[in-house]
Ligand binder design. Structure first.
Ligand code: DON
Length: 574
């Protein structure tokens, strides 16, 4: 074996750093020739890249990463939650898989209200009554069967090995577990897994999940039936009954994945493909982009008061529509044509005062221009040009903070995404309406926005993030950062953000988000500026060059950016 040539390697990496155009204070994006995976946990990213290296396509890698995250990223990676997958295939087909949780058949519109009609705190967020019927396993299996090229067992095997043999916890993994120590102490099956003999795990210790390995083996053998039926299905129902939940075997039996047409729109010569209802993501991203397209953002300059003003106003109007008009398409008619119309964006621009902030409480559904009529991400691209964007979740970190005994499966609290009561804010402060009320079998409105941006039919950007209602604005910022402001993918991910969601009438601004004098100009316009919300963390890939329309570095086609706001993730290519 020849000795590695360290001086040569060092020279190569210096050369690599020197030639990226990095204008802001960001490290260079991770570059690779054949494919790229960006996920929130480094072991999962490595598994995805191994699948690609062995000839699997981006969907195969996405499925393997999905199962791996359920083991190594238990706060959000999951079997007991749900999510969305946006796909743009090498042959040009665009599609969307909805494996969002469903309300149990016994769910009712007022299930979280007391006798006086008041929302009972905690009921939709903690414990078994907060749990929606999980969709992740059905979703992963549907994606693999229709769009993957590899056998189920090969894609689940790495997850089984990590669960069975355990993995060494790094500081980021421990940080995440520490956020829920008190909750793990309250739920014995969770405590048995996520606490080390009743105490928090420490960096360097191993997390072993034998029950989860058993569950994964059953899925590997039987497919979705290994989760929804037999011993695992029974254990979920039994745990639910014991925990005063309402999930029955009939709920598990009737769970189905929906394949839907994604929401699409054009923005300054680029084509955006994103999540349709039951996500509000694609609609709201496109509505914001349509509105700001009419303003010269580039000329106004990055984070000038005027540009920020227009973006805040666009967000305010688009979230009003989100919270008033959108819901599960099987239950409500979503006015997509109207909301996605460029002429509607023009009407909204006409209602935006260039020098004065809108007042959210004075803006209502049914009032012009909002006529009556009726919310962990990973990104993968392979060398064939298949692009896969997946956001899936337990909703809150560690979901409802309950694990069905003997399964190792943490369960979601997705029911909190519904409108528990019209006008009462949910966990993300979203004040939502009737279209998102609870009904049996209905899916709660989501903000998850797995997105693919293309140019001339070819994907140029794949991105998404967690963060509840802030997902939509974080994805929109990243798109604006690369298209309008010419940032490379890492700069676009790193840049501070701001967020406005109609109600409350407050724009949350990241530290270093705007300069003090810009802040003053915005306040003088009437804007209410608030402290940052907990950080999103984007997973983004640019295809072709580190920045849109830029030059590739050598033969590298894929440029990955992991968001430094979370210390567990990794962008990795080969
Ligand atoms: O679907 C939604 O909009 C939320 N359940 C997403 C939750 C989320 O992003 C959690 N991350 N912080």
């Amino acid at each position: 074996m020849s000795k590695p040539n360290y001086p040569l390697k060092l020279a190569a990496s210096i050369a690599l750093l020197c030639c990226f155009t990095a204008n802001a204070a960001s490290v260079a994006p991770v570059a690779a020739e054949h494919g790229m995976v960006v996920s929130a946990q480094h072991l999962a990213s490595k598994i995805g890249v191994e699948v690609l290296k062995k000839g699997g396509n981006a969907v195969d890698a996405a499925v393997a990463v999905g199962y791996a995250l359920a083991v190594v990223y238990p706060a959000a990676g999951n079997l007991g939650g749900g999510g969305f997958m946006t796909l743009q295939l090498a042959d040009g087909r665009k599609t969307f898989l909805d494996f969002r949780e469903k309300a149990p058949l016994a769910a009712t519109a007022d299930m979280y209200l007391d006798q006086d009609g008041k929302v009972i705190k905690g009921l939709s967020t903690n414990g078994y009554l907060a749990v929606g019927v999980p969709g992740t396993v059905a979703g992963m299996e549907a994606a693999r069967a229709k769009y993957g090229s590899r056998g189920r067992a090969a894609l689940i095997a790495p997850a089984i090995a990590l669960a069975e043999r355990g993995f060494v916890l790094e500081t980021g993994d421990v940080d995440m577990l520490l956020t829920a120590t008190a909750d793990f102490r309250k739920d014995a099956p969770s405590g048995a897994i996520f606490l080390n003999k009743g105490e928090p795990f420490k960096t360097g210790e191993k997390l072993v999940q034998k029950d989860l390995a058993k569950t994964l083996r059953l899925i590997s053998k039987l497919g979705a039936d290994g989760f929804y039926k037999g011993s695992v299905g029974r254990a979920i129902v039994n745990a639910s009954v014991a925990g005063k939940g309402i999930i029955t075997q009939a709920d598990l039996d009737q769970y189905t994945v929906r394949e839907l047409a994604p929401v699409e729109c054009d923005y300054r010569g680029y084509h955006v493909v994103s999540a349709p209802p039951p996500s509000s993501g694609g609609v709201v991203i496109c509505e914001i982009l349509n509105i700001v397209e009419g303003y010269p953002l580039k000329e106004l300059g990055f984070r000038s008061a005027q540009a920020v003003h227009y973006q805040i106003e666009a967000m305010r109007h688009a979230y009003l529509d989100r919270n008033s008009y959108l819901g599960d398409p099987d239950y409500v008619k979503n006015p997509l044509e109207r909301l996605l119309d460029k002429a509607y964006a023009e009407k909204i621009r006409a209602a935006i005062n260039p020098s004065k902030a809108g007042v959210s409480k004075d803006m209502k559904p049914g009032v012009e221009p909002h006529e009556g009529s009726n919310t962990t991400h990973y990104s993968i691209v392979d060398h064939w040009g298949n692009a896969v964007s997946v956001t899936y979740t337990l909703n809150g970190w560690f979901g409802a903070k309950v694990t069905a005994a003997k399964t190792g499966v943490l369960l979601n609290n997705e029911m909190d995404d519904f409108t528990a009561k019209v006008g009462v804010p949910n966990m993300y402060g979203l004040v939502q309406g009737q279209t998102n009320s609870i009904a049996p079998g209905k899916r709660p409105l989501s903000s998850m926005s797995p997105t693919i941006v293309s140019k001339d039919g070819k994907p140029v950007m794949v991105l998404g993030t967690p963060g509840g209602s802030r997902i939509i604005t974080a994805v929109t910022h990243a798109i604006l950062n690369v298209i309008d402001y010419g940032m490379n993918v890492q700069e676009a991910v790193d840049a501070p953000r701001f967020h406005q969601q109609w109600l409350p009438d407050l724009t949350n601004v990241d530290v270093f988000g705007v300069s003090p004098d810009t802040r003053k100009l915005l306040i003088d316009m009437g804007h209410n500026l608030g402290a940052p919300q907990p950080a999103n963390h984007l997973a983004a890939i640019l295809v072709g060059a580190p920045s849109l329309g830029g030059k590739p570095h050598g033969n590298n086609q894929f440029y990955g950016a992991n968001d430094p706001r979370r210390n567990t993730g990794l962008a990795l290519g080969y």
